[in-house]
Design a protein around this ligand. Structure first.
Ligand code: MG
Length: 474
């Protein structure tokens, strides 16, 4: 009699083994942990000095301070640009906006009458994470194109809830822009800004009630977390505030020692608290990485209604440190190694870092400007980012290498900080010794300047500028 074989068991065992063996590769995990959820909380025009944990004496941010204390607080963390649209393109694509055409010397950001948006050929972090099974939501300010083909739902996000551009746009009063802002706070009304609030691609409210928008964004995030607790998810929560006009809900208005700007930041912080609490309640806190940062520095001409860059020089729109260096907080108990990180990092790095952590393949057909910060985040190793390039529009104004930063061009912004000046030789600062960029040490360090100039030549030799997407308006 023919001996009975157990052959049906062989393919089954083989398949099972293959599945188990390939799971870590599939999800990029070598430590046996599940791929983490990601939540990026992105404030608008919040400065380096606007959080309690970054030295603000009167704005109370207990939830962000807790994240900074339990996780990693980065003190040299940069936005990819000094104004909204290019900065958002940089975060979501991991590429300098000059490459995607999302930076321009004609208009610095997109407007409600802009014709274009983020080109479909760009790959967003949401599209990356979708390739490995993540559910994705964009909640808040988009500012990468308001026409349907450019909206989040056509850029890798399963869900969108938010205002598609800045909250000071679609102004309906006849008063000229800058004159309008000379009025007292109580003359500034949410109905003066006819901005739409969208769910996916449909307008559900216009003008959006900005008094409740911060709270609603946080609540939408909590609701998305609850609905997707059984699968990996990514939420990009981009608050419209504390960009002017400033509005807080009744609960927060008039409560901060810092005035209305403080009320607004404290309401954002309370939303962070709601999100952390929801993660803990759903048992997701050990498997979720939450990041908090801002798109650019404070909008200083708005005086008390603009934020603070702390000890950094200048603010929004400039390539001084105050324009691009931001709070950078990473929280994820059990994953993020607690500590203070003084090495450089950037929002440009989130694309690569989170793609790697999730097991998504990094595109090889284009230059990606991000580095993988996961060894720093998970194990406290030195950051792989050694340099930072500071663009204004499509012009390179400054470059950082290690602790040194050279300015080739400096230029004031919004009527402050002087005229355009080309520096040959460049001016040089040691950002470790002199974070406020006060003392030019170019003469004492000719070799450092040569190294930075070599880095810039190398960068420029490979640079292909994308077609300007911000120039054309209706
Ligand atoms: Mg901004």
């Amino acid at each position: 009699m023919k001996k009975k074989t157990n052959w049906p068991m062989i393919p089954f065992t083989l398949i099972l083994w293959c599945c188990l063996a390939s799971a870590p590769a599939l999800f990029g995990q070598s430590d046996g942990q599940d791929p983490p959820n990601f939540i990026i909380i992105f404030a608008d025009d919040l400065g380096y000095g606007d959080l309690g944990s970054y030295g603000h004496p009167t704005i109370r941010t207990p939830n962000l301070d807790r994240m900074a204390h339990e996780g990693q607080k980065w003190t040299n963390f940069y936005a990819g640009a000094s104004v909204c649209t290019p900065s958002r393109a940089a975060l979501l694509t991991g590429r300098l906006p000059v490459r995607s055409g999302m930076a321009s010397n004609k208009h610095r950001v997109l407007f409600p009458d802009s014709k274009n948006g983020l080109p479909a050929s760009e790959i967003t972090l949401a599209e990356q994470l979708k390739t490995v099974g993540y559910r994705t939501a964009c909640i808040g300010k988009w500012h990468l194109g308001h026409k349907e083909q450019y909206l989040p739902t056509n850029n890798g996000f399963d869900y969108y809830f938010g205002i598609p551009y800045s909250n000071d746009m679609d102004k309906v009063t006849d008063m000229p822009y800058w004159e309008y802002w000379q009025q007292k706070d109580d003359a500034i009304k949410t109905e003066h800004f006819n901005v739409p609030l969208l769910r996916n691609t449909k307008i559900i409210e216009r003008p959006a009630d900005q008094h409740t928008i911060t709270r609603r964004y946080s609540e939408e995030t909590v609701s998305f977390i609850k609905k997707n607790k059984d699968r990996p998810f990514f939420v990009y929560l981009a608050h419209n505030l504390p960009h002017i006009p400033l509005f807080a809900s009744k609960e927060f208005t008039g409560t901060s020692e810092r005035g209305l700007y403080g009320d607004v930041v404290e309401e954002i912080d309370a939303g962070v608290g709601m999100i952390l609490k929801a993660l803990e309640k759903e048992g997701l806190d050990k498997n979720t990485i939450v990041v908090f940062t801002s798109d650019n520095g404070p909008w200083l001409p708005f005086k008390l209604n603009g934020g603070s860059a702390g000890l950094l020089r200048a603010g929004k729109g400039s390539t001084w440190e105050g324009g691009m260096r931001e709070p950078g907080i990473f929280w994820g108990p059990g994953r993020i190694k607690q500590g203070l990180i003084t090495d450089p990092g950037s929002t440009l790095d989130l694309f690569t870092t989170f793609s790697k952590m999730a097991g998504a393949k990094i595109p090889e057909d284009r230059i990606i400007d991000g580095t993988d910060l996961s060894e720093t985040l998970l194990h406290g190793k030195p950051s792989p980012r050694k340099s930072m390039l500071y663009y204004r529009g499509t012009e390179l104004f400054a470059a950082r290498l290690g602790d040194y930063k050279a300015h080739f061009i400096t230029q004031g912004v919004y009527g402050q900080f002087g005229e355009r000046e080309v520096h040959d030789p460049p001016i040089l600062y040691h950002l470790g010794h002199d974070p406020s960029e006060q003392f030019d040490i170019a003469k004492e360090h000719p070799n450092v300047l040569q190294e930075i100039q070599a880095l810039v030549r190398e960068h420029q030799s490979k640079l292909v500028k994308g077609k300007d997407q911000l120039a054309d308006r209706e």
